[in-house]
Design a protein around this ligand. Structure first.
Ligand SMILES: *[C@@H]1O[C@H](CO)[C@@H](O)[C@H](O)[C@H]1NC(C)=O
Ligand SMILES: *[C@@H]1O[C@H](CO)[C@@H](O)[C@H](O)[C@H]1NC(C)=O
Ligand SMILES: *[C@@H]1O[C@H](CO)[C@@H](O)[C@H](O)[C@H]1NC(C)=O
Ligand SMILES: *[C@@H]1O[C@H](CO)[C@@H](O)[C@H](O)[C@H]1NC(C)=O
Ligand SMILES: *[C@@H]1O[C@H](CO)[C@@H](O)[C@H](O)[C@H]1NC(C)=O
Length: 409
């Protein structure tokens, strides 16, 4: 089994081994002119190795082989583990392809329908048979990965992340394989994201993705204790989009009218595919605070400002709308803008403030130093001058004595 799994990329293997014929529903087939409407014969499930995209094949029941004046159709019902409900199809063909979760039992129910001259133009339903197939997997118990999730960021690339299983055998290595209908066979992850606190991951560049189609993933692995239990996922990538952040939220204020406006976030999500969630937080000077949100497809919303002593702060985020996908993720919030403009606590912190403070301190210190220096120089000059003065008077006296005394004396 393991050998086969390791080389099963292109191998077709038939899962006939575990067929269990469980029940036979409608117990009698209706006979019109002794016609017995038997269930399809030789029903089989074929796994082409596309990670859950299986082909179901069957044959016409031998009792209906020589029917010429009637059409034979088949009804296939299967339990869709992803949709969590039974799905039903009717077809004249002898095969059908569908997506199944390979970690869960595959349940099928089939019957034959005959209509035409041979049945006097009434549709005759045959008996229904049920088949259950349990896919076989081998691996260290408890080693199946956990918390698998994917985000298609701004439709530029998709990151899928996961965490190791509850049992993480030594030497564990994880591998991701994927497949969509434009690929002839499965391929390994285009770019692994190295393990970090967020787990282990795989990055899919845009060109490796296909929207509006099953995107099948298998995460398996190896360890010194043997293979890790494989995990299977099937998603549609257009449902995993997280748009970029709105970066230019602004307010236009004209008299009492406050217009909040923004542009669609830059990126690859078409503008008509976006909806927005505008959040307003109003805070009165008395400290009371309330919050409201609006969801809109416009990029502008008008408000009347009642001129009171209150401040409203707005922020916006975006998501893919119902027209373009069944689900999606909200983008990160934009930076808030407020009216009337205030400095929001903790938000207007700027490293400049610190820098300015230090500069001012340095300037003050330098100024004080210079002042001290000047004082010192001044005091020195004063002392010098005193000495000069003293020297001068001494000199004067001497000169006086030397030259003038003989004249006057
Ligand atoms: C993991 O799954 C892929 C795709 O089915 C397969 O080709 C590969 O051999 C598997 N690896 C291990 C270690 O089981
Ligand atoms: C239908 O089959 C029964 C026995 O199986 C036979 O007796 C009867 O004649 C058949 N009827 C027709 C219309 O062929
Ligand atoms: C259908 O016809 C073939 C030959 O034409 C014959 O061998 C076969 O037995 C027939 N099958 C039935 C169910 O009548
Ligand atoms: C076929 O249907 C018609 C009306 O729908 C009815 O009159 C006729 O008796 C039916 N024939 C048989 C053989 O059941
Ligand atoms: C925004 O939502 C609030 C409450 O949900 C509503 O009262 C208000 O009219 C909405 N504003 C606009 C502009 O749609």
């Amino acid at each position: 089994m393991e050998d086969r799994m390791t080389t099963s990329g292109t191998l077709l293997w038939m899962c006939l081994v575990l067929f269990v014929l469980l029940t036979r529903h409608t117990s009698h087939s209706i006979d019109v002119a002794n016609l017995s409407v038997d269930p399809p014969a030789n029903i089989r499930i074929i796994d082409p190795g596309h990670l859950g995209h299986l082909k179901i094949e069957w044959n016409i029941p031998s009792s209906l082989q020589n029917l010429t004046d009637c059409t034979v159709r088949y009804q296939l019902r299967f339990y869709s583990t992803y949709a969590e409900r039974w799905r039903s199809v009717r077809t004249v063909r002898l095969s059908y392809e569908a997506q199944f979760d390979l970690e869960k039992p595959i349940q099928l129910r089939m019957l034959t329908l005959v209509k035409g001259a041979c049945t006097n133009d009434t549709e005759v339903l045959g008996e229904e048979v049920e088949l259950v197939h349990i896919p076989e997997h081998t691996g260290v118990a408890g080693s199946r990965i956990r918390d698998f999730h994917c985000v298609y960021l701004n439709k530029e690339y998709m990151d899928c992340m996961w965490k190791a299983g509850s049992v993480n055998p030594p030497g564990s290595k994880h591998y991701l394989y994927y497949w969509h209908r434009d690929m002839p066979e499965t391929a390994e992850c285009p770019e692994y994201i190295p393990p970090s606190e967020f787990g282990i991951g795989c990055r899919f560049p845009k060109q490796s993705l296909l929207e509006f189609s099953e995107f099948n993933i298998c995460v398996n692995g190896s360890s010194t204790e043997g293979a890790l239990m494989p995990a299977y996922f099937s998603l549609e990538v257009q449902n995993k989009v997280k748009p970029a952040r709105v970066s230019d939220l602004q307010l236009l204020v004209e008299n009492e009218l406050v217009q909040v406006q923004w542009s669609p976030p830059a990126g690859k999500v078409p503008e008509q595919c976006l909806e927005y969630n505008l959040e307003g937080t109003t805070e009165s000077t008395d400290g009371s605070k309330w919050q409201w949100t609006n969801v809109t497809e416009d990029t502008t919303i008008d408000f009347l400002w009642n001129g009171g002593s209150q401040t409203t702060c707005f922020r916006v985020r975006s998501k893919v709308n119902d027209y373009c996908a069944d689900e999606g993720f909200w983008s990160d919030w934009s930076d808030p803008v407020c009216f009337p403009e205030i400095t929001v606590e903790g938000r207007n912190y700027e490293p400049w403030n610190d820098l300015a403070l230090t500069s001012i301190l340095i300037i003050i210190i330098v100024a004080v130093l210079i002042f001290c220096l000047m004082l010192l120089m001044l005091s020195k000059m004063c002392v010098n001058r005193k000495e000069q003065k003293q020297a001068f008077t001494l000199y004067q006296e001497k000169v006086h004595k030397a030259f003038l005394s003989p004249v006057f004396h």
